[in-house]
Ligand binder design. Structure first.
Ligand SMILES: [Mn+2]
Length: 249
């Protein structure tokens, strides 16, 4: 048990992963969670961001707007606050399926940045998403769906509940509290947009490490045959099996 080995250190603080939770997508959340924990070689703490809890705790009070397609459209920006403005923490939508070890993503972290994310250059074809909610088009679309937050970075101190409850969607989703050079880049395979990004068989650097079913995933009837639906359904079956065992034991 030398200090030079790669084993998990017993005192290593868990990597905090906040997952956007929506009551309409409970199963998506559970499968996303399962996919992270199953493959992780580091301690991870998964925390669902539930709007109803935040409302009862007095951290969230803004009225729901017409353009919010999920319950976590704005609450995601409370991630640094929820992590006590300490260390790095991740936010991710619930409509992700992880295929790789989250340690690989954590190892990309660079303290010189305030946040890091996949910097998609992307205009969606659909005008509606999921169960008919309006799809809006804006710069930096989808950047905020998976973000590594340097919670202790001085620039992120502005992300108080007061600001998150009052600022516009454009300000928050475009990270307008930051300068461009304070936003680090992560390879697109960590936020691989189903229906948009493509696998090139000859190039392993294009194989998804985290699939984002951004148009809606197989937990919705309309998307049960989408690309990579088989991978999500397999993971769901594993999750269901595992949760049955947990009940029995
Ligand atoms: Mn999403």
């Amino acid at each position: 048990m030398g200090s030079s080995d790669n084993k998990v250190h017993p005192l290593e603080k868990p990597f905090k992963v906040f997952v956007g939770y929506d009551v309409r997508e409970d199963l998506a959340y559970e499968v996303c969670r399962h996919s992270i924990l199953k493959r992780s070689s580091i301690p991870v703490e998964i925390i669902p961001i539930k709007q109803s809890d935040l409302r009862s705790n007095g951290l969230y009070w803004r009225e729901r707007g017409q353009l919010e397609s999920t319950e976590f459209s704005f609450t995601r920006f409370l991630t640094p606050h929820l992590a006590n403005f300490e260390g790095w923490a991740m936010f991710v939508d619930c409509d992700f399926l992880y295929l790789a070890d989250i340690k690989e993503l954590r190892d990309l972290i660079d303290d010189k940045y305030a946040i890091m994310c996949v910097q998609h250059d992307y205009t969606p074809k659909e005008t509606t998403k999921m169960d008919g909610a309006v799809q809006t088009v804006y710069p930096r679309k989808n950047w905020s769906s998976m973000v590594l937050y340097n919670c202790g970075h001085p620039k992120n101190k502005v992300l108080t509940p007061e600001l998150v409850n009052t600022q516009t969607g454009a300000f928050l989703h475009r990270f307008q509290w930051l300068e461009d050079q304070e936003i680090g880049s992560v390879p697109f395979v960590w936020n691989f947009l189903e229906g948009h990004n493509r696998v090139v068989e000859s190039d392993p650097n294009t194989f998804p490490k985290a699939i984002h079913y951004t148009r809606g995933g197989p937990w919705f009837d309309a998307w049960k045959n989408c690309e990579f639906a088989d991978l999500w359904l397999k993971e769901r079956d594993e999750y269901v099996e595992a949760s049955k065992k947990n009940v029995e034991n």
